[in-house]
Write a protein that binds this ligand. Structure first.
Ligand SMILES: Cc1ncc(COP(=O)(O)O)c(C=O)c1O
Length: 391
């Protein structure tokens, strides 16, 4: 199968595409048929056999291997969490920080990352916000003037939810390595859509939920913790975090060594149904491949920008190819336009700067054209309403 055939096969996995123009993958992706099947199979096993837990746990390890390959990490560098916020809070509480240390973020980045670090102000940690316009992408230069000898962490989203920038992580990772700073990345919007190579990008900790580009229902997150960062220790402990969990289930106060792999950050049971779903989702994503998905959404973005230019509608975020991927915020007033899209069965999100369009691997050029036609009709309505007022 060539790339076009593979993408067409993927679209058939998302029945929602028959009912509406779904342009809201940055909010959540609709369920694919194969993910639904994986969930149903899990529930059938639980229903009929009360749960073959050892089989399920073996599958969790297989999913861990898939996630590791997906990020160019090793399985011992992957832990499963509940969502992005949990992963980022794990990082914020694991990094050894003392009063007077500082952490640098981007102003206006996702609040779930900001709050994880702002919470450390109670310990005397300073949180600095680097300024960046919505049309710009962050590079090492964005952070350089905010960093000093007490900077311990630089953290940002890979792809922003509010303007769609794809930040240039490579140079930031190199800067952090040179300066001995931990580099923590929120990959919620990028993973599954934009290639993420944690080694090439020099990432220390990466956190993401799985309900957008990874196609799984809410409630599961992935956490990468670079091997060897043993000074990063978990704030929460359970038996599953321990290097030598007691076989008799009696806690040993004299043996508190935690595991050396990323599983020291997992505590208690994990989200087994979603982990089954994640395995199926990664298979579906890999049937096309993330580089091809990125090429596809970028091409949809090119077409969208062309149509918007003709309509005179501006983007809130960047236009250049290297700075965007699948998220485009249109400078259209939300109050006026949200209803118009809903009435026309076009699913989008209100965003702080306008209306957010986000592509998934199942979207097509026809979806973009339909969107553009709906915008054109809305603009015409606006004009004729304005004329009626003048009359
Ligand atoms: C950049 C980013 N981070 C985090 C989240 C969500 O955080 P969580 O997975 O904790 O719900 C979102 C959107 O939902 C996001 O766009």
């Amino acid at each position: 199968m060539n790339a076009t055939e593979k993408l067409a096969a993927v679209r058939s996995q998302f029945p929602v595409t028959k009912r509406m123009v779904y342009l809201d993958s940055a909010f959540q992706t609709p369920l694919s048929t194969n993910v639904r099947t994986a969930l149903e199979e899990f529930y059938a096993e639980g229903h009929e056999t009360a749960g073959p837990k050892s089989v399920w746990l073996r599958r969790v390890e297989r999913t861990r291997e898939q996630v590791a390959r997906f990020l160019n990490a090793a399985p011992n560098e992957i832990a499963f969490t509940k969502n992005t916020s949990e992963g980022l809070n794990i990082a914020a509480n694991a990094v050894p920080l003392t009063a007077g240390d500082n952490v640098v973020l981007i102003e206006g980045d996702h609040p779930n990352n900001a709050y994880a670090w702002l919470n450390l102000k109670r310990k005397g940690v300073e949180v600095r916000f680097a300024r960046l316009a919505d049309t710009e992408v962050a590079t090492a230069a964005t952070f350089a003037s905010y960093i000093d000898e007490r900077t311990r962490v630089v953290t940002l989203s890979h792809v922003t939810f509010h303007a769609g920038q794809v930040h240039e992580l490579g140079s930031i990772g190199r800067l952090c390595k040179e300066r001995g700073i931990y580099f923590v990345v929120d990959a919620m919007q990028s993973v599954g859509v934009v290639p993420v190579d944690v080694k090439a990008l020099g990432i220390s900790v990466l956190a993401a939920g799985t309900h957008k580009g990874l196609l799984v229902p809410q409630g599961l997150g992935i956490l990468y913790v670079q091997d060897g960062l043993t000074e990063l220790q978990p704030a929460y402990l359970a038996m599953s975090s321990m290097a030598r969990p007691p076989a008799d289930y009696i806690a040993r106060p004299d043996d508190m060594e935690t595991r050396h792999d990323a599983c020291r950050f997992e505590f208690g049971n994990v989200n087994l149904p979603d982990l089954h779903a994640l395995s199926a989702a990664i298979e579906l994503i890999e049937s096309v491949g993330v580089p091809e998905i990125q090429r596809h959404v970028l091409a949809l973005g090119d077409r969208l920008i062309g149509r918007l230019d003709r309509l005179g509608v501006e983007l809130v975020g960047p236009r250049e190819r290297g700075q965007r991927s699948h998220i485009y915020v249109l400078a259209l007033p939300v109050q006026k336009w949200a209803d118009h899209f809903a009435r026309n069965q076009v699913r989008v999100s209100p965003e702080r700067g306008g209306i957010r369009i986000s592509f998934g691997m199942f979207n097509t050029v026809d979806d973009v054209d339909r969107l553009a036609d709906v915008i054109r009709d809305g603009l015409k309505e606006e004009t004729s309403n304005a004329m009626a007022h003048v009359d």
